[in-house]
Design a protein around this ligand. Structure first.
Ligand code: CUA
Length: 338
């Protein structure tokens, strides 16, 4: 079960962002990912050569004429044959050891290269894994420049980024195939993942460690922006939520604030300050709902709020009894939280 789930998540993630051409895991988007991809191809080449030699040897031995059956045990057939067999086995054991040493050294060199890439850290982003969503915090710039979002990481292109990875409950694993590297989020421990992205774009990721019922619905998105675009995104996210415009959205805000939503969710600039679920201050600016289980559309948001357990059974978001007017007004309010 565990191995099967990890394998299926790995295969899913490998293909997440690579619908055309190579699978995403082999289409690197930055220097660290390029190094890891290079190492992958090197391992693949060596292992393919070893496999081909083994198959050739096996074929040759099968095709070789069998010695005449003289009634003697194969073990007793002459000391010359035994000596040559000993030599062949010794040579092959030596070759195997050499191959393993070469692979170990190349992995070590790649690890060193990755460590040297780190250089000065420009930006640290804190990622916390929850069952089953990703909390994303930017707190490099002090309290005035701290913001939290969820399931979406935005970074500037060409800038070294360090992710500091924690878990709030069980072990998760952070993996965006095209940025290279995969790192576990372990309760009580902080792990790191460093990368730089070369090209602007949207990179899909996935939790890659079985972490419970909705592990497969723990998706995330990394958006790499040109620097000025990133700065615009950052300053717009820093702002508190805008006041609702229109009667329906105002009623929606009232409904939101009077319901249990506020126990778990924060909307900065309002009394809603819950810390155990995603920050909704700018929810409408994000591309997905329920850790990218659904796209960010009014219908998907309605389905999620009306019955979270139908969308994502086992998720910690409870069902809130709302009549259709309340649901519509809450949707109108949330849609304005850009
Ligand atoms: Cu989190 Cu799997």
């Amino acid at each position: 079960m565990r191995t099967g789930s990890r394998l299926s998540a790995a295969i899913l993630a490998l293909f997440l962002a690579g619908c055309t051409g190579l699978p995403a895991g082999l289409d690197p988007a930055g220097p660290a990912a390029e190094m890891i991809t290079g190492l992958f191809w090197w391992f693949t080449a060596i292992c393919t050569a070893v496999w081909a030699l083994v198959v050739l040897g096996l074929g040759a031995s099968l095709l070789r004429a069998r010695p005449a059956d003289d009634g003697a045990s194969p073990l007793d057939r002459g000391s010359a044959r035994r000596i040559s067999a000993t030599r062949v086995v010794t040579a092959l054991v030596g070759a195997t050891a050499l191959v393993l040493v070469a692979l170990t050294i190349s992995a070590f060199i790649t690890g060193r290269g990755l460590a040297q890439l780190r250089g000065e850290q420009v930006r640290t982003i804190e990622i916390t894994g929850h069952q089953w969503w990703w909390e994303v915090r930017y707190s490099d710039g002090g309290p005035a420049e701290t913001l939290a979002t969820a399931n979406e990481i935005h970074v500037p292109v060409g800038e070294a980024v360090r992710l500091s990875l924690r878990s709030n409950d069980v072990i998760h694993s952070f993996w965006i195939p095209r940025i290279g590297g995969k790192q576990d989020l372990v309760p009580g421990q902080v792990n790191h993942l460093d990368f730089t992205i070369d090209k602007p774009g949207i990179y899909r990721g996935q939790c890659a460690e079985f972490c419970g019922f909705q592990h497969a619905h723990m998706g995330l998105v990394l958006v790499a922006h040109p620097r000025d675009e990133f700065e615009r995104w950052f300053s717009s996210q820093l702002k508190p939520a805008q006041a609702p415009r229109g009667a329906e959205a105002r009623a929606g805000q009232q409904a939101f604030l009077s319901r249990s939503c506020v126990m778990c969710h924060t909307v900065r600039g309002t009394p809603a300050g819950g810390k155990i679920a995603p920050d909704l201050t700018h929810i409408a600016s994000r591309s997905g709902v329920a850790a990218n289980t659904l796209p960010m559309t009014r219908g998907a948001l309605a389905a999620w709020i009306a019955d979270p357990q139908a969308v994502k059974p086992g998720a910690h978001m409870p069902r809130t009894e709302l009549d259709s007017d309340e649901l519509n007004s809450i949707l109108a309010y949330l849609e304005q939280l850009k």
